[in-house]
Design a protein around this ligand. Structure first.
Ligand SMILES: Nc1ncnc2c1ncn2[C@@H]1O[C@H](COP(=O)(O)OP(=O)(O)O)[C@@H](O)[C@H]1O
Ligand SMILES: O=C(CO)[C@@H](O)[C@H](O)COP(=O)(O)O
Length: 464
């Protein structure tokens, strides 16, 4: 009988579960359930979605090991008894922008980078803790432990009773702003300075160290979703992965930590003991959702429209900061449409401007990763947005290089399953699974698209 393993992606918009054969990686069953909207969420909603997908696949009785990956940075505060203190503030909740600015001014960006490898922005857990201390001192005082979404879900699934049993992994801990990926240690001083007092932090497990059990199923340490995606897609050191999901991310697996005092590149850890320099934007696939909804069309029609407009949209440029922006750090920014004329006032131009605008932001992200030492043999494009034919076709014109699109799949859940297989089978490296098929998209670069975007973005910056 084959050995089965499972991986979960508790992402911003949904919970996905995939069961795979531990040796071959072949998918055996899968399920998805939605998460509620919003940037402030009761963790119980993640638990309900997760238990529902487990039930949907017929339970875990025949699953030897399971790992949970999840959206990074979310602040889950627990009291002494392990009860949730308040709704979790997610990575895309920008209310802590002022707290982030306060923390950066206190120490200076260079000191933050030396301490934890990143300059904190509103997404980072440490800024959310400072916001809590400033705005909800009673909730801050009740906080006896702070976990991330994947830590909390793993702990609950293990039947966690005491907050001392919380665990995490290096990849997710490195997104808190109080863990140094380079040193492999918490910076409790920074944690205490943000929250106002000390509290329990999850024990950081090694990349394939078990976190406990649920029934007979062994639980892996789990990971942040981007680190799990790197595992799932089998990223090599000279690959740059671009993910277009709720967030837009560009990241690479690196042997050494990065230190970007400008704050663009976050110095995260990966899920194998290496590093994961990463740039994250707040505006990605949901810009396509919003534009398609505005035009009253499906994703398929949106894609057809975008492909029917000329490259560069006759000068129409969308700076897509619909949710504010994280990179560049403009939490209060709004989107802007430049170059409206009688000619460009068409659904096709708007659809293409949305695709080009999101891709230009991600091309800047790729450049930032490369400027910090990553090599780029190929760009791998994943995430829900990569399901769009227009995105796949337009990406090489904007990135200025061929783009490899692995077969549409749940790469975060798949990476978590691969980690679970590693926990189950042991060894120095995660098991090798045959990679999914992929298509290579090539097109002549159109530098004018990025040039016009850069001008439009600068105009937005100048208005501030
Ligand atoms: N064909 C498509 N074209 C454009 N966007 C799409 C398409 N299919 C899915 N999406 C969008 O991708 C997003 C989901 O991507 P996913 O990577 O699963 O995100 P997350 O991990 O943040 O939940 C949703 O906003 C969804 O509407
Ligand atoms: O904040 C980051 C990375 O730093 C995001 O990538 C989150 O981890 C959310 O991921 P998705 O829900 O978009 O997959």
């Amino acid at each position: 009988m084959s050995t089965l393993v499972a991986g979960i992606d508790s992402s911003t918009q949904s919970c996905k579960l995939v069961v795979r054969d531990a040796h071959s990686g072949v998918v055996v069953r899968s399920a998805t359930r939605p998460h509620p909207d919003g940037t402030e969420v009761d963790p119980e909603a993640w638990w309900s979605a997760m238990t529902a997908v487990i039930a949907d696949v017929g339970g875990l009785d025949d699953v030897a090991a399971l790992s949970i990956a999840a959206q990074q940075h979310g602040m889950v505060c627990l009291d002494e008894s392990g009860a949730v203190v308040r709704d979790a503030l997610l990575w895309n909740d920008t209310r802590s922008a002022g707290a982030a600015a306060e923390l950066v001014v206190e120490d200076g960006p260079a000191a933050w980078v030396r301490a934890v490898g990143s300059v904190p922005v509103a997404s980072f857990t440490v800024t959310k803790l400072r916001w809590l201390a400033n705005h909800e001192p009673r909730n801050a005082a009740r906080t006896a432990a702070v976990a991330l979404p994947h830590d909390w879900l793993t702990w609950r699934l293990a039947g966690g009773r005491s907050i001392d049993q919380l665990t995490t992994d290096r990849s997710d801990a490195s997104g808190t702003g109080y863990f140094s990926a380079a040193e492999g240690e918490y910076r409790r001083d920074l944690f205490v300075r943000a929250l106002g007092h000390d509290a329990v932090l999850p024990t950081v497990l090694a990349p394939h160290e078990p976190a406990g059990k649920t029934g007979k199923t062994v639980l892996g340490p789990g990971a942040g979703d981007n680190a799990a995606a790197a595992l799932g897609v089998g990223a090599q050191p000279d690959d740059v992965v671009v993910s277009i999901g709720t967030s837009g991310t560009a990241f690479a697996v690196a042997a050494r930590p990065t230190a970007d005092a400008s704050g663009s590149v976050a110095g995260f850890a990966d899920a194998t003991g290496r590093f994961l320099p990463l740039v994250c934007t707040l505006n990605a696939a949901r810009v396509f959702d919003a534009t398609a909804a505005m035009l009253g069309v499906s994703h398929e029609r949106f894609s057809e429209l975008a492909l029917s407009a000329p490259s560069g949209c006759d000068g129409l440029v969308l700076v897509p900061y619909l949710d504010g922006e994280r990179t560049p750090d403009l939490p209060k920014a709004t989107g802007a449409l430049h170059g409206m004329t009688m000619r460009t006032a068409s659904p096709a131009h708007l659809a293409r401007a949305a695709v080009e605008g999101v891709l230009c932001g991600l091309a800047d992200a790729v450049d930032a990763i490369l400027a910090h030492g990553a090599r780029c043999r190929r760009v791998l494009l994943i995430g829900g947005g990569a399901r769009s034919a227009a995105v796949r076709a337009i990406a090489p014109t904007v990135f200025g290089r061929p783009v490899v699109v692995p077969e549409p799949d749940e790469y975060v859940a798949g990476g978590a399953a691969r980690q679970a297989a590693w926990v189950q089978l042991g060894g120095d490296e995660p098991p090798r699974w045959a990679g999914a098929g992929s298509t290579v998209h090539e097109a002549d670069p159109v530098p004018a698209v990025r040039e016009r975007y850069a001008l439009a973005r600068q105009r937005l910056l100048d208005r501030r």
